[in-house]
Design a protein around this ligand. Structure first.
Ligand code: C5P
Length: 296
């Protein structure tokens, strides 16, 4: 009989992937499609911080949870990791599945794409376990079938996300220090989009592609807002407090909400400035989730 490991996911048979936080540096809503989804143009970056997902391939599909955010997901049979695995299994005959283990660190319903990034990590793990090339179109189809942010998270590096979320163009962005702040108020993405009240079929214009130099990028980012901020503020007025707290930190270059909220971020010249700013915010708001990181 083979030896049993007490820590199955530290086993050498386990494959592991990071599931980094996704940050929407800009988010323009360009219209609403006939199918009800909104047409977006968003510059997306990924943080050094995030969840971690591992897979022991070859067994029946299952998911166990650990980490500070695990309680909020316990008992959810429709977790995005499982949904992504099922979406890929529907498209790849004979796909070997397995036992997933998620270390959940990111806040949920927070605009950081935590669930989408976990789903994307699941697809990368299944691709590795089954010898699928990362550009296999079935991976992309499974990603968009799982959620609008999953294709960007599957790519996992700075990109311009367009359409409903399915069109991904790689971008070269300068690295910034960043602080992410979530006031621990969950916000429903569907509700935020609904408050925009854009009629199906309506288009609202185009957005120019972002430049690449650091100063030019900052000027461009400052001019391209997150269109979901006004409705998110109506649902979670605490965002005004989060914004003030970040604006009061030393060296904040840009303060903005990510995704549909309620996480806000500030950009800094480097990690040291971000770490100092995170300490300032935590000292005044010890109950908020505050994380300093790098974005790129
Ligand atoms: O695709 P996903 O399930 O992550 O989207 C959650 C909700 O956000 C959708 O049900 C929809 O209401 C809204 N949404 C949208 N347009 C997008 C992405 C999301 O209207 N491009």
């Amino acid at each position: 009989m083979p030896a049993m490991s007490l820590f199955p996911h530290t086993d050498s048979a386990a494959l592991t992937e990071r599931a980094p936080a996704k940050v929407n540096l800009t988010l323009r809503v360009l219209g609403r499609r006939e199918d009800g989804y909104h047409e977006l143009s968003s510059v997306v970056a990924f943080a050094g911080t995030g969840d971690r997902l591992s897979l022991i391939p070859g067994e029946a599909l299952s998911l166990t949870l650990d980490g500070p955010g695990a309680d909020s997901l316990e008992g959810d049979d429709d977790n995005l990791v499982l949904r992504a695995a099922r979406a890929l299994a529907d498209r790849v005959p004979g796909l070997a599945l397995g036992r997933f283990h998620l270390i959940k660190r990111l806040p949920v319903a927070a605009g950081l794409g935590g669930g989408s990034s976990d789903a994307a990590a699941a697809l990368r793990l299944l691709a590795r376990a089954n010898g699928l090339a990362f550009d296999d179109p079935r991976l992309h189809e499974a990603a968009i079938a799982t959620g609008s942010d999953v294709p960007a998270c599957f790519y996992g590096r700075a990109c311009l996300m367009q359409g409903r979320g399915e069109d991904i163009t790689p971008l070269v962005l300068p690295r910034f220090g960043a602080v992410l702040v979530n006031p621990r108020v969950p916000v429903s993405t569907a509700e935020v989009f609904r408050l925009l009240a854009i009629p199906p079929g309506m288009r609202r214009g185009e957005v120019a592609s972002p430049p690449s130099g650091r100063d030019d990028v900052l000027d461009w980012l400052r001019a391209e807002p997150n269109d979901l901020e006004p409705p998110a503020r109506a649902l979670a007025p605490v965002l005004n407090e989060v914004e003030s707290a970040l604006e009061a930190t030393t060296g904040a270059l840009l303060v903005r909400m990510s995704g549909s909220g309620a996480t806000m971020f500030a950009l800094y010249a480097d990690c040291r400035a971000a770490a100092h700013a995170a300490k300032m915010v935590s000292a005044v708001h010890p109950h908020w989730w505050v994380k300093s990181t790098v974005l790129g």
